[in-house]
Design a binder for this molecule. Structure first.
Ligand SMILES: Cc1cc2nc3c(=O)[nH]c(=O)nc-3n(C[C@H](O)[C@H](O)[C@H](O)COP(=O)(O)O)c2cc1C
Length: 403
């Protein structure tokens, strides 16, 4: 991201996660409840591990905002680890670490030496010359994604000024698949509000529960596919002129960075490869009387997922991400002790059976961050009013074009 700088710091069991967000204009009212609500969404989900019960994440903004309004200066925020009391010794930053507070903490202090297949454990230890895999896994853990969700919520507040709204849902967990149906943001929000697997189709949600229960009983794990939809995105964001400014590429990178995501699809994506062009591309029509969406150029289909040639085309953005099954299995996979080189079962760190519903929330946050960056690139300025003025001037120009 070029215009919105976003980084995180923090270990999974350290005292806190820290987020840093720079590039938003001054004068944006921050909705703190929206941030905590997004964090709560990430923690929900059938098939999550015990940690979700203790976390109850809250985001505390520590700079860049005064009296509820952004200052244009870097926004820093922290999300405390509610379980820190039990990890003070294991994760102490001081050379003189406190004595373990419990037998459990004493156990957790023992070096982890048997890497889990599917995690950064072994490659990270090789790269950083670590003798304790905890030095890798604490940062590689998806706990970090809580900071992404908080930052994504801030980006969402910014984007709502331009009428952009997003939603996410789960379309597959293991063998349970929701019917392939184009859903609007409003439909997704309504249909998933009470679903603990974040699925818009009730029958598929039941099948997803069954899949998760069966995998858990077998000491196994599951992955799946999530979809994020963004509506109200203006045409012309991104670019067709350079590889690294194409918005589809930037979305793919951002989604691919979500832990467990192994494939990204825009619009009909992989399915398009098997069909003829006549059944893939979204034909362009024009209606001199404005259509419902307010655009006179319109399409009857959105197989491109709102992106053509690296640019938004004014249709909903539709992206999907495929998450692999959780790598920590209660019935552990074969591995090797990094010290003794003896064959051993991979160690088991407290873990989810399926985190696909949470991954959907994280993917939505990444889409929000990329879109906020694109809006800042197109219309950015120091003050929110200036940004809006530039946006409205652009929208007026599109109208003169005949949008
Ligand atoms: C929200 C979320 C929660 C996750 N929870 C776990 C977990 O409890 N246990 C686990 O082994 N992996 C979990 N993962 C996946 C791992 O973090 C990920 O597979 C691992 O870091 C390796 O990275 P990679 O899959 O991107 O290659 C989770 C992922 C997400 C997005």
């Amino acid at each position: 991201m070029k215009h919105l700088i976003f980084h995180t710091a923090g270990e999974s069991h350290g005292p806190q996660l820290t987020g840093f967000l720079q590039g938003l204009p001054a004068g944006l009212s921050i909705d703190f409840e929206r941030i905590d609500a997004a964090l709560a969404e990430r923690q929900k989900g059938f098939g999550r591990g015990g940690r979700m019960k203790i976390e109850h994440d809250r985001c505390q903004v520590t700079s860049g905002v005064r009296h509820g309004v952004t200052l244009g200066s870097p926004i820093a925020f922290v999300i405390e680890n509610r379980d820190w009391e039990n990890w003070r010794s294991v994760m102490s930053v001081q050379a003189e670490k406190p004595a373990p507070a419990s037998d459990r903490e004493r156990q957790m202090s023992a070096p982890r030496t048997v890497p889990r297949p599917g995690h950064a454990d072994l490659a990270g230890a090789l790269k950083y010359d670590f003798e304790d895999l905890r030095n890798v896994l604490e940062r590689a853990s998806a706990r970090e994604t809580a900071a992404r969700v908080a930052a994504g919520a801030v980006a969402g507040v910014f984007l709502s000024q331009f009428g952009v709204e997003t939603a996410c849902h789960v379309v597959r967990i293991g063998g349970a698949v929701a019917p392939d149906k184009a859903l609007t943001v409003a439909e997704i929000r309504m249909a998933t509000a009470d679903s603990d697997v974040r699925c818009a189709d009730p029958a598929a949600a039941v099948a997803m529960h069954d899949e998760i229960r069966a995998a858990a009983a077998a000491g196994d794990t599951l992955g799946g596919i999530v979809e994020v939809v963004a509506s109200g995105v203006v045409a012309g964001l991104g670019d067709h002129i350079q590889w690294d400014t194409k918005l589809d590429g930037r979305l793919a990178q951002a989604l691919m960075s979500v832990p467990s995501v192994k494939a990204v699809e825009i619009g009909d994506g992989f399915g398009q490869a098997a069909r003829r062009g006549s059944t893939v591309h979204d034909e362009i029509h024009y209606d001199f009387a404005r259509t419902q969406t307010g655009s006179r150029f319109y399409r009857k289909t959105n197989r491109a997922g709102g992106l053509e040639g690296g640019l938004t085309n004014g249709m909903d953005i539709v992206v999907r991400a495929a998450a692999k099954p959780i790598s920590t299995l209660n019935k552990p996979l074969a591995s090797v002790d990094i010290h003794t080189k003896e064959a051993q079962s991979a160690f088991v760190e407290r873990s989810d059976v399926c985190s696909v519903p949470a991954a959907a929330v994280v993917c939505e946050a990444m889409v929000l961050l990329v879109l906020a960056d694109a809006y800042l690139g197109a219309f950015g300025g120091g003050a929110m009013n200036d940004v809006l003025e530039r946006f409205h001037a652009y929208a007026a120009r599109l109208d003169r074009f005949g949008r």
